[in-house]
Design a binder for this molecule. Structure first.
Ligand code: G3I
Length: 382
């Protein structure tokens, strides 16, 4: 490279980094940002294929996030507010306030509601696996009956409360652990009840919310060992008449993996069971490893992210009929669980930036002709 080219490259790099610092700096909530209403609607673009949703908090029911929800999404799920710790904090105490706010917003704006989740091993209230004296429940037949009755009561109350609103429940979440010889995660649910908690959860949910689709939801479902355990479990539940309707693939992915081909293979594998399938928690970290941490998003990473989203949604469109909904785990980059996982660091995993503007990733899905090959954040004609 001669001197003149080197100078030009330096100037270009400087300009590019200024532009990036302006548009893709560390995500912070931009309360006054206003979404661009001239861009096409994400949910309309995908309407022929499946509804598109987002995980939300009650704060998202006002301000720029609410505007994005109304324009670009057809469905919501509570990121945390239907989990046990929030909705059932004391054995005799339920608190529907936060979740009700989300559901009311959905109703007012004609959005579908997914329910997440009726059973998990995280975000549980402290009383759940304790006896009347505050001691941890030990695995005995009496405690098994106690935990199953607590589970039944919880589902009867919560699923009934949202009977007319929630069209699909993540009945159980993350029950598979491929490192266990039988593939079942060693949670208190399992240690105290064996696999009976699965039967109770699905049967009670079906009874209380007969119109809702009932899902088993998990992450890393493209992992061959894990998905085989999940496949076998769903097959066995169905054989025994346990009412499982669908498998949720969380899809917390990154710009490298898993491959879209592996995802397609997974969906086709579960299709053999005749179950519904949804992508339930989609986001795409810009990092390759847990060690990295950037203060501005690298343009190459955003370009790769856009390309990966394009490829994934091309595949999802092809899977029409097998995939019945796609839900993002968040709305815009100013609020993502990845800011705290696997450590505190900025990340830019979603389709809208911290100012509620569509990223290259958005165009990768909605209209890839508007992606420019060289500029990660840029869009042709803008
Ligand atoms: O609400 C408290 C707040 O009172 C307290 O001051 C603060 C201090 O840390 O914590 C707040 O709770 C946090 C909660 O999110 C709400 O922000 C918890 O610490 C934090 O652990 C919790 O993280 C949630 C995580 O599940 C828990 O494992 C994330 O927001 C949520 O996005 C994430 O969602 C899960 C899905 O449910 C299941 N699949 C994986 C997905 C990502 O982990």
């Amino acid at each position: 490279m001669n001197r003149r080219w080197r100078q030009l490259l330096t100037v270009f790099t400087l300009l590019a980094s200024v532009a990036i610092a302006q548009t893709q700096a560390a995500p912070q909530r931009a309360a006054n940002a206003s979404p661009d209403v001239t861009v096409p609607s994400l949910s309309q673009a995908l309407a022929p294929f499946f509804p598109v949703g987002a995980a939300v908090t009650p704060d998202d029911t006002a301000g720029p996030h609410a505007e994005l929800l109304k324009r670009h999404f057809g469905s919501v799920v509570a990121e945390n507010d239907m989990k046990w710790a929030r909705i059932h904090p004391g054995e005799e105490k339920y608190d529907f306030t936060r979740a009700d706010k989300i559901v009311a917003f959905a109703r007012d704006n004609h959005l579908l509601v997914r329910g997440h989740t009726l059973l998990w091993h995280k975000q549980n209230p402290s009383w759940l696996f304790k006896d009347a004296n505050g001691n941890d429940l030990q695995p005995t037949p009496e405690n098994k009956a106690l935990v199953l009755s607590r589970l039944e009561k919880h589902i009867r109350t919560v699923a009934a409360h949202y009977r007319d609103d929630v069209y699909a429940w993540d009945v159980v979440n993350e029950v598979i652990d491929p490192s266990e010889p039988d593939g079942m995660r060693r949670t208190p649910w399992f240690l105290l009840t064996g696999t009976d908690y699965l039967d109770t959860a699905f049967r009670v949910a079906r009874e209380v919310a007969p119109k809702a689709k009932l899902y088993i939801n998990d992450y890393d479902t493209t992992d061959p060992v894990k998905r085989q355990y999940l496949f076998n479990l769903v097959r066995d539940l169905k054989r025994r008449g346990v009412p499982v309707d669908g498998v949720g693939h969380q899809m917390h992915i990154n710009i490298d993996c898993p491959s879209v081909a592996d995802f397609v293979e997974t969906v086709n594998m579960f299709a053999q069971l005749g179950v519904d399938q949804q992508v339930t928690e989609l986001d795409m970290s810009v990092y390759h490893t847990g060690a990295d941490a950037y203060t501005v998003a690298h343009p190459e990473a955003l370009a790769k992210q856009a390309e990966r989203y394009r490829e994934l949604f091309d595949a999802l469109r092809q899977l029409k009929g097998k995939i019945t909904a796609v839900t993002f785990w968040g709305i815009a980059d100013d609020h993502t669980w990845l800011a705290h996982f696997p450590k505190n660091r900025d990340d830019w995993p979603l389709l809208f930036d911290a100012h509620a503007q569509p990223k290259a990733a958005f165009w990768g899905i909605v209209d890839s002709r508007r992606l420019t090959p060289k500029n990660a954040g840029g869009v042709a004609g803008q």
